[in-house]
Design a protein around this ligand. Structure first.
Ligand SMILES: [Zn+2]
Ligand SMILES: [Zn+2]
Length: 420
């Protein structure tokens, strides 16, 4: 058997084939790290020199890594840790270029699982002492608790005319993420609303820690999935926020968002995990092999599509990401209207648009039979939760974007946002 040679160093046997090129292990890792360095080439992250750390502290920026225990999170953490190690080894006067907080969370796994895995990962990188030498610290986030802290939300109502109302006194206690699952039946809407919650929790936590740089682990394939899934869910504004502008504005604060792995394919993430033996730290994946198409979510279907094109046509993935990066939110003067749930900018009021494409008023009933049927219909829609919509509590109007209206559309009543 002829073992192909690495096309980079032309010495070692090749173990990985990617983008139609052969790599040996060390050239492959160098290739992936090079892609990350390109995204973080900004001087702020460069090694700092000084006689002691006090001289560099002021110049050292802090960044948060959203660590969700998937392959991309593990690869990005591994790359960042090896980069910080390299920086320290450059000279006796060298200090790390940035402080890193690894924000560990999961929307699926219990807190005990998160804590245990975080400990195992720290041990891999020489424990507490090893990581603090590199100015890396781990923090564990409880998404359930964080969701409840969103005090602005409580009982949300959608009328038949897509008008959205909120009753702020209507607080319901419970397990936040389970409440989303039990109230929203549609799996794609569930998934979409949870992605809104995830982003909100992370962003608010960054602001709480007064950190202005957020590192998100999504690789190119994952970003391409987001572009198509956001489009399908009517969340076009999030594409430009995710890929185009590189920042998120929240309550007058600006958070810079970087995707250091945005040039790396999912298959390359998988190869990296295997070479560095990182697979064992991953959260268990949901197996969709035997699920029917009808039961799959938008994200699951789009993911399957990209997985099928990636080996032969990786350029399809990069083209989708590039197209998404070119989108910008239209400039508007003065105060912009934001969605009460996801805080996205609302350019066109979805209520007007949805009303214009939906016929809610029929022609009036004329004959006795038609009138009887109409009365019957009216009594049939007076379900308790709909009656509540027009009666109880102090409701005020709330602006919602198209994506959030679409997620809550089938509720026909109240959506209770979990509260403390
Ligand atoms: Zn090589
Ligand atoms: Zn929204």
């Amino acid at each position: 058997m002829v073992i192909a040679q690495c096309q980079k160093c032309k010495r070692e046997p090749s173990t990985v084939v990617s983008r139609k090129e052969t790599f040996c292990k060390s050239c492959f890792l160098k290739f992936v790290k090079g892609k990350q360095r390109k995204q973080m080439k900004d001087g702020r992250f460069k090694v700092k020199y000084g006689r002691n750390e006090d001289q560099t502290t002021e110049k050292t920026v802090s960044a948060i890594l959203a660590f969700r225990f998937d392959g991309s999170s593990l690869v990005l953490l591994d790359i960042l840790i090896s980069w910080l190690e390299e920086q320290l080894a450059m000279s006796p006067r060298a200090h790390v270029g940035f402080n890193l907080t690894v924000l560990c969370y999961s929307l699926e796994q219990p807190q005990s699982w998160i804590a245990e895995k975080a400990t195992q990962i720290k041990t891999k990188y020489h424990g507490e002492e090893g990581i603090s030498r590199l100015h890396v610290k781990f923090e564990i986030l409880d998404c359930n608790d964080e969701v409840k802290r969103n005090e602005g939300l409580s009982g949300i109502y959608l009328t038949d005319h897509f008008e959205s109302l909120i009753d702020r006194s209507n607080k319901v206690k419970g397990d936040a993420l389970k409440m989303i699952d039990t109230q929203i039946q549609d799996k794609s809407a569930q998934e979409d609303l949870k992605s809104v919650v995830e982003r909100d929790v992370i962003v608010r936590h960054c602001l709480q820690l007064e950190c202005s740089i957020l590192l998100l682990p999504d690789c190119m394939s994952e970003l391409a999935i987001s572009v198509l899934a956001f489009t399908a869910r009517g969340r076009g504004e999030r594409i430009s926020e995710t890929l185009g502008d590189n920042y998120i504005d929240v309550d007058g604060n600006r958070l810079e968002v970087l995707y250091p792995l945005r040039d790396i394919l999912k298959s390359e993430i998988e190869s990296y995990l295997k070479i560095c033996d990182l697979e064992r730290f991953q959260a268990p994946k949901i197996d969709n092999t035997f699920k029917s198409v009808k039961n799959k979510t938008v994200n699951e279907l789009v993911r399957e599509y990209f997985e099928s094109v990636e080996p032969e046509y990786p350029e399809v993935i990069s083209t989708v990401v590039k197209a998404g990066s070119k989108l910008r939110i239209p400039f508007s003067e003065g105060d912009v209207k934001r969605c009460g749930i996801c805080r996205e900018i609302i350019n066109d009021d979805p209520q007007n648009w949805l009303e214009s494409i939906t016929v809610n008023e029929g022609i009036p009933a004329k004959t006795e039979e038609e009138k009887r049927n109409y009365e019957l219909y009216l009594s049939s829609i007076q379900r308790p939760e709909e009656r509540e919509l027009y009666t109880a509590g102090n409701k005020e109007s709330i602006s919602l974007c198209f994506g959030c209206v679409a997620d809550l559309r089938n509720l026909r009543g109240k959506f209770s946002w979990p509260a403390d």
